[in-house]
Design a binder for this molecule. Structure first.
Ligand code: NAG
Length: 149
């Protein structure tokens, strides 16, 4: 008659190395999107612009600032929803700069944007199709951060 043996308390050596079998690159592959030296991740949470900025800084990352179409596309791979980017015209209406203060060269505005609706849209969001819209900085949108690789 077959009787199941109790499970061994000591893991066989081939199972003892289970964690190294799943390197960080595997998690990155599953959860994020890399393009060049940038890696984009979202935590799937919605929050204001200032909170996204603080969250990204907390992880020694920055808000997403796409410099070209490839990076812009990479952001949409991870967000799949409306997300804040690290671009504003808070200082000078209609002059959009990134978080380092540089005027943005690459832009991908949606039709008829930026329109500064209600004269209160000084932050920039990326739509699921990759197009940009100016939006209130106190809107609640997905947090996405840009990590150096
Ligand atoms: C509105 C957007 C506005 C955009 C407009 C385009 C909000 C709060 N406002 O819904 O930014 O310019 O659509 O038609 O999402």
């Amino acid at each position: 008659e077959y009787v199941q043996k109790p499970l061994s308390r000591k893991l066989p050596s081939r199972q003892a190395s289970v964690i190294p079998m799943f390197p960080i690159s595997g998690l990155a592959f599953a959860l994020g999107k890399q393009v060049g030296k940038k890696f984009y991740l979202t935590n799937g949470r919605k929050m204001t612009f200032d909170r996204v900025k603080a969250l990204c800084a907390h992880f020694q990352a920055s808000m997403a600032i796409p410099m070209n179409a490839e990076e812009n596309k990479a952001i949409t791979y991870v967000t799949k929803g409306d997300a804040f980017m690290g671009i504003t015209d808070k200082e000078n209406e209609g002059h959009f700069v990134d978080l380092t203060g540089r005027p943005v060269t690459y832009q991908n505005w949606n039709a008829n944007e930026p329109n500064n609706a209600n004269s209160e849209e000084h932050c920039v969001m990326i739509l699921p199709d990759g197009k940009w819209n100016d939006i209130s900085c106190s809107a609640s949108l997905l947090a996405v951060c840009e990590f150096p690789v």
